[in-house]
Design a binder for this molecule. Structure first.
Ligand code: ATP
Ligand code: MG
Length: 395
């Protein structure tokens, strides 16, 4: 039976909810999600949203704010992973004039800007431990002091946080404070991964295809049933963001023609099309070799990152941020360093290429790229700047 007709609410009501929130789908998971948003939105409860990258956590945060009585006030979104550690507290809590070099005037932080509205702390798992302590105080008392300030500032703010990390594991590793985790976890919304709800694929594809072809004025013939079957069997590591990018890419590259499985397959990453499907390799030998080496490098990187985490967990003496950043290699020999950093084939050049290719693979999504590379998002931002890769923006 049609799951929409089977639901307690009518089709029109369902359509309205999807349009209002921008959250489309007909699976049980999405229906539950929309119901939870409706129940939780109007309350003052703090909410923790978890889910893999690209599952729609930001959409959920916006929908909660819009379903609350704060909807006419600001929703301030903060990406905790992208702000350098040194300035994170002044960004969040503001600072007083002269509180540090360069603080020529006082400035409001995000919490003050969100007064009477909501604050969305995205990637909360990336928050440094000392800032987590301060955040807990704000959560409990709704008050704080600006950096360099002596007076308490009070705010009326609703908390919404999100992460694609498993915070419980982060607590065990000593990366995340347990008290803050319990406080945040009081109301937890888990957004399901796309591979867990493949029945949503047709509705999402249709929405993205219609929006895109309309905006770009491209006539589009639609997708064949075997293309949907292929999409249902793919594991979607980048979730809905990846699906949206794929739909837009094939509409452009296949020039609006009807998309069959054969037309679609070359646009899916080579190794990720489910192993029981015939693998059509329409790439040159060089490209295949390159991808192979690239994948091995990624695996090595992620193993190094895991080893680092294990070491940090087993020896709490090591400061976590230092372990989580790629430590620069100490060089005494200037010639060796120059060689490593010079030209084609150098370590720096290989790293630059690896980052560039990863960013291309993730369509410029820095968070996914950082995860694939086993780097913190902050380190990736630094390296992007260093290698002048800033032009690879997310599409
Ligand atoms: N259910 C959905 N219906 C329609 N569009 C969706 C849905 N879920 C996500 N999207 C779209 O997918 C993209 C990614 O969503 P969003 O940024 O909310 O993901 P996220 O979970 O915050 O990802 P990340 O962890 O990488 O920050 C956005 O363009 C969003 O509009
Ligand atoms: Mg997000």
């Amino acid at each position: 039976m049609d799951p929409i007709l089977n639901s307690k609410i009518g089709v029109e009501e369902w359509e309205r909810k999807q349009q209002e929130t921008g959250i489309f789908g007909q699976s049980h998971g999405i229906r539950q999600l929309l119901e939870t948003i409706e129940q939780v939105g109007p309350t003052e409860l703090s909410v923790l949203i978890t889910g893999e990258s690209g599952t729609g956590k930001e959409l959920v945060a916006k929908a909660i704010h819009n379903a609350s009585s704060r909807q006419n006030h600001t929703l301030v979104s903060v990406n905790c992973g992208a702000i350098p550690e040194g300035i994170i507290e002044s960004e969040l809590f503001g600072h007083e004039k002269g509180s540090f070099t360069g603080a020529v005037g006082g400035r409001k932080g995000y919490f003050e800007l969100a007064d009477r509205g909501s604050i969305f702390l995205d990637e909360i798992g990336e928050l440094p431990l000392p800032t987590q302590v301060k955040l807990l105080r704000v959560l409990e008392a709704r008050e704080f002091m600006r950096v360099g300030g002596v007076e308490t500032v009070q705010v009326d703010v609703r908390f919404i946080a999100a992460t694609n990390k498993d915070l419980e594991t982060e607590v065990q590793k000593g990366h995340f404070r347990q008290d803050l985790y319990y406080r945040l976890n009081a109301l937890h919304i888990q957004v399901p991964a796309l591979r867990e709800r493949p029945e949503d694929i047709p509705i999402l594809v249709q929405k993205f295809a219609i929006d895109f072809s309309r905006n770009q004025h491209i006539e589009f013939e639609g997708f064949a049933e075997n293309a949907f079957a292929l999409m249902r069997s793919y594991h979607w590591p980048g979730n809905i963001r990846e699906l949206k990018n794929l739909v837009e890419k094939v509409i452009v590259l296949e020039k609006g023609q009807r998309i069959s499985a054969d037309r679609l397959r070359p646009h899916l990453p080579i190794a990720s099309v489910s192993s029981h499907l015939p693998l059509v390799v329409n790439k040159s030998k060089d490209e295949v070799e390159r991808e192979f080496i690239f994948r091995i490098l990624l695996e090595i990187k992620s193993e190094i990152a895991q080893l680092r985490d294990m070491l940090a967990a087993s020896n709490p003496q090591y400061s976590v941020p230092a372990w989580r950043e790629l430590a620069p290699i100490p060089f005494n020999d200037a010639t060796a360093e120059a060689e490593i950093n010079a030209g084609e084939g150098s370590v720096a050049e290989m790293e630059r290429q690896l980052i560039q290719e990863t960013l291309m693979k993730t369509n410029g999504n820095k968070r996914r790229a950082a995860r694939l590379l086993g780097l913190s998002e902050r380190t990736l931002y630094r390296k992007i700047k260093r290698y002048g890769l800033g032009g690879l923006n997310e599409i």
